[in-house]
Design a protein around this ligand. Structure first.
Ligand code: NOJ
Ligand code: CA
Length: 702
C-alpha cells in the first residue's frame, strides 16, 4: 500500500487543472523524455495527450468506444488511478536481439459510466513510446460487448510527412505513398489492379503502422500491438484538422466491428516516438506490449531458417501450380499453355539437391496438392485437399529423398480464403505433414473470404490466424502466413509463427508494375514494425524479359541490393527466391546468401531515413561475426561507415559485395563487385550505393 502511494507520487503529477474542463493525471517514461497525460472533461469523456522531449506530439485527443450495449463515450467518472512500473529483461526465442528490456511506468485509469459499467484505460509509457488499451474488468450485467466503433483519436500537431498505404479491408499489398497528412487521399489506389482481392471504400483511410516525420525531424508511428480478438486498426484522417481517428474493419454485418465476451481488453494502441528515423527501427515497444511466449517446454524445434522453393518459376510464368489449368483459369491469368506443372517429382528433387548442396534448410513446394485447377477468383468453398498430392508429386519418394539429403520440404496450404474448409482439414493436414517429416507450413489466403462477407482484416479472420498459430504450435509446426492481417507483435507470444507476408512482396516485381526502389526503404518503418516479413529477396535475374521477350516487368533494384535485403529486412525466415540455375551462374555473388544468418544476438541501425536509405549491422547468434546491409532508394549515395560495433582486439575477414561499375536498378542491375579486406573495430568503410542499389558485407571474426 505504502509502495503504491509512493509510486503515485513519483509517476503522477496528481490533480492539476490544465484547462477548466480537464482533471489530469500524468505518467513519465523512465528517462522522462515522454509524458502521457490523461483526463476527463466536464461531459465525462476521457482525453489524452503525449509530449516527447518537450514537444507536443499528440495533442488532447478523445478516447472511448461506441457499443450497442452501453454509452462508453461520455458520462464517465473517475473511480481510481493505479500507478505501476515495470523493469524486466526477457530473452527472445529468436530475433534481432537476444534480450529485450521491458521498462515502463504506467497506470490503470479506472472509469465508471452512468450505468455503473467499469472501463479501465491501461497506460504504459516507455522511453520509445506509449501504449494504451481499453479493459473491461468484469462481466457484471453485460457479458457481451458489441463494438460498433472505436473513438480513439490522434490529434497531430503539424502537417507531418507521412508514409502510408490505403485503408483496405482485404489487402496490405500496396505501394506506399509519401504525402503530408493534409494531402492523404487514396483515390488513385482503386486504379491499380495487380492485387487479387482489395476493398478500398474510403479514400481517407490509412492502415497502421503509419510513420510520420515532423518538421523538427522527430518521428511518430501509430500502430497496434497484440491483435488477437478484435478487428484490425485502420485510421481515418481528417485532413483539415490533421487528426486521425480509429476505424475498425467491419464484420459481415457492416455495422458491427467486433463482438467480445467480457472480461475483455482491446489490443494496445501503440505510439512510437523517436528523435530520428533510426530510433523507430530500434524500438521494441510493439514486442514489449505483447504477451510473453505462451508455448511451453523445449522450443528447440523452432528454428529460424533459409529456404529455396518451387515458387518463383510459377511467378515468372515458366511453370504452373496446377496439373491442368481450366479454361477459366487460363482466361483469368492470360496463360497460353494448359500446364507445365512445377511441383513434379523430378523438379522437386532438383531443388532438394540444390538446397542440400548449398546449405539451405527447407524447400517450399507450391502446387503439390489437388485443387489448383479451380482456385482463383471463384469464391468457392472446398477447393483444396491438404492431404492429397497430385499424382506426379511422389511424396513418399520425395520425403525420403529430402531426409537423406538433410533438407525439409516446407508444406504449402493455399486456402484460397475458403477458411472453414481449411479449419475442418487442419489437423488432418498437420498429421499428414508429420507423416512426411515436414515441420513448416506456408499458408495463403488469396481471394474473397468464406464465410462470405467477412474481410481479411476483420475480427473473424484475426481469430482464425491466431487459431492457426495455436494449432500449428500444438503440432510443433512453424508458420508463415501469406495474405493475413498485418502482424502486431504476436511472434513474441507464438514464436512458431516465424513470418507473414501482409505487405507487397517481391512477387509483384514479377507480374506487375512492381515495387519502386524506395519500397524496401519504407517497409521496416511501417509493416515490418509489427513483425517479420516473408519478402523473398535474392533475385539475380531481375528482368522478366529473360523468360519471355515480350515481358517488361523488372525487379526495381540492383543485384547487390537484393543481397543487402537479407540484413535490412529482418526475418527469421528468408527465401533465396530465384531459380537454382540463376544462382549457379553467379556462385561468387550467391555466396553471401549462403553465408548470411537468420538469427541474431545484436542489431545496430547505422543510418536511416524513411523512404531513402537504411544501413543495418547485425551480429550472428552465438558468434562474433557481423553482417551489414545498406540499401538506397532511386538515388545513388555514398556512406562513410565506422565499424565501431566490432569487438575490440579482434580481426575480421570482411567480404564486401557492392554495386559494380555503372550499376543502376533500371539500366544496369547486374554488376556486383566483390572485394575481401581485413577490418577491425574503429575502421572506416566508404560505401558507394548505385541508384536503387545496395551493399552487403560479411565480417567473420578470426
Ligand atoms: C500469393 C502468395 O503471396 C504467393 O507467395 C503464392 O505463391 C501465391 N499466392 C499462390 O499461393
Ligand atoms: Ca501475396
Amino acid at each position: 500500500m505504502k509502495k503504491a502511494l509512493l509510486l503515485l507520487l513519483v509517476f503522477c503529477t496528481g490533480f492539476q487543472f490544465i484547462s477548466a474542463q480537464k482533471t489530469v493525471y500524468s505518467v513519465f517514461s523512465p528517462s522522462r523524455n515522454i509524458q502521457f497525460r490523461i483526463g476527463i472533461n466536464k461531459g465525462g469523456t476521457p482525453y489524452y495527450k503525449v509530449t516527447f522531449m518537450g514537444a507536443n506530439m499528440v495533442d488532447w485527443s478523445r478516447l472511448g468506444l461506441v457499443t450497442k450495449e452501453q454509452n462508453l463515450q461520455t458520462g464517465f467518472k473517475l473511480i481510481g488511478v493505479k500507478p505501476e512500473s515495470h523493469d524486466e529483461t526477457w530473452k527472445t526465442v529468436w530475433g534481432e536481439v537476444d534480450r529485450i528490456r521491458d521498462h515502463y511506468n504506467g497506470m490503470v485509469y479506472s472509469l465508471k459510466n452512468e450505468n455503473g459499467k467499469k472501463l479501465n484505460i491501461h497506460v504504459r509509457v516507455y522511453d520509445d513510446g506509449v501504449g494504451f488499451r481499453y479493459e473491461f474488468p468484469d462481466a457484471d450485467g453485460m457479458p457481451t460487448l458489441t463494438v460498433l466503433d472505436e473513438i480513439t483519436e490522434y490529434q497531430m500537431t503539424g502537417d507531418h510527412t507521412a508514409w502510408w498505404i490505403p485503408g483496405d479491408y482485404d489487402s496490405n499489398e500496396h505501394v506506399y505513398s509519401t504525402t503530408k497528412v493534409s494531402r492523404i487521399d487514396a483515390a488513385w489506389y482503386n486504379r491499380e489492379h495487380a492485387i487479387a482481392t482489395q476493398h478500398i471504400i474510403d479514400y481517407k483511410l490509412v492502415q497502421t503502422p503509419i510513420t510520420m516525420k515532423t518538421e523538427k525531424g522527430y518521428h511518430i508511428t501509430l500502430a497496434e500491438a497484440g491483435l488477437t480478438d478484435f478487428s484490425a486498426l485502420h485510421l481515418r484522417v481528417d485532413t483539415a484538422a490533421l487528426r486521425f481517428s480509429a476505424s475498425l474493419i467491419p464484420s459481415a454485418d457492416p455495422n458491427v466491428k467486433s463482438i467480445n465476451q467480457l472480461p475483455f481488453n482491446t489490443p494496445w494502441r501503440a505510439i512510437l516516438l523517436s528523435k530520428d528515423a533510426a530510433g523507430i527501427l530500434k524500438s521494441r515497444l510493439i514486442l514489449n506490449l505483447n504477451e510473453p511466449c505462451k508455448l511451453q517446454g523445449d522450443l528447440s524445434w523452432i528454428k529460424p531458417q533459409k529456404y529455396v522453393g518451387v515458387w518463383w518459376e510459377m511467378h515468372v510464368g515458366l511453370a504452373t501450380w496446377d496439373l491442368e489449368a481450366s479454361q477459366d483459369m487460363m482466361a483469368a491469368t492470360g496463360r497460353k499453355s494448359a500446364t507445365h506443372h512445377g511441383a513434379n517429382t523430378e523438379n522437386v528433387k532438383r531443388y532438394i539437391d540444390f538446397a542440400s548442396k548449398y546449405g539451405f534448410d527447407g524447400v517450399l513446394v507450391e502446387g503439390w496438392n489437388v485443387g489448383w485447377k479451380d482456385w482463383f477468383g471463384k469464391w468457392k468453398d472446398e477447393v483444396f485437399d491438404f492431404a492429397k498430392p497430385y499424382p506426379d508429386f511422389d511424396i513418399d519418394v520425395l520425403s525420403k529423398y529430402a531426409q537423406e539429403k538433410g533438407v525439409r520440404i516446407i508444406a504449402h496450404h493455399e486456402t484460397s480464403a475458403a477458411v472453414p474448409s481449411y479449419e475442418r482439414q487442419m489437423q488432418t493436414a498437420y498429421d499428414f505433414m508429420h507423416k512426411y517429416g515436414q515441420n513448416s507450413v506456408k499458408t495463403g489466403y488469396v481471394g474473397k473470404i468464406i464465410p462470405r462477407g467477412e474481410w481479411h482484416d476483420g475480427q473473424w479472420m484475426v481469430k482464425h490466424y491466431v487459431r492457426v498459430a495455436e494449432a500449428t504450435a500444438k503440432n510443433k509446426i512453424m508458420l508463415d502466413a501469406h495474405e493475413p492481417v498485418r502482424p502486431s507483435g504476436l511472434q513474441r507470444t507464438f514464436p512458431n509463427w516465424l513470418a507473414c507476408e501482409a505487405a507487397r512482396g517481391q512477387e509483384f516485381n514479377a507480374w506487375s508494375t512492381g515495387n519502386p526502389p524506395e519500397h524496401e526503404c519504407i517497409l521496416p518503418f511501417t509493416r515490418i514494425l509489427g513483425g517479420p516479413m516473408d519478402y523473398t529477396p535474392g533475385i539475380f535475374e531481375t528482368r522478366m524479359s529473360a523468360y519471355d521477350k515480350s515481358k517488361k516487368e523488372i525487379v526495381h533494384t540492383t543485384v547487390a541490393k537484393q543481397l543487402a535485403l537479407y540484413v535490412t529486412l529482418y526475418s527469421p525466415l528468408q527465401m533465396a527466391a530465384d531459380l537454382p540455375e540463376n544462382y549457379e551462374k553467379r556462385l561468387d555473388v550467391f555466396q553471401f546468401i549462403r553465408d548470411v544468418p537468420v538469427d541474431w544476438d545484436d542489431t545496430k541501425i547505422i543510418n536511416a531515413s524513411v523512404g531513402d536509405y537504411i544501413t543495418t549491422a547485425r551480429r550472428q547468434k552465438g558468434t562474433n561475426n557481423w553482417f551489414l546491409g545498406s540499401i538506397t532508394d532511386e538515388n545513388a549515395r555514398n556512406f562513410t561507415i565506422k565499424l565501431d560495433f566490432l569487438k575490440a582486439g579482434r580481426t575480421y575477414s570482411a567480404k564486401i559485395y557492392e554495386d559494380g561499375k555503372d550499376a543502376h536498378w533500371e539500366k544496369n542491375p547486374y554488376p556486383v563487385a566483390i572485394r575481401k579486406i581485413m577490418v577491425k573495430k574503429g575502421d572506416v568503410l566508404n560505401l558507394k550505393l548505385a541508384a536503387g542499389g545496395g551493399c552487403a558485407i560479411s565480417m567473420i571474426a578470426l
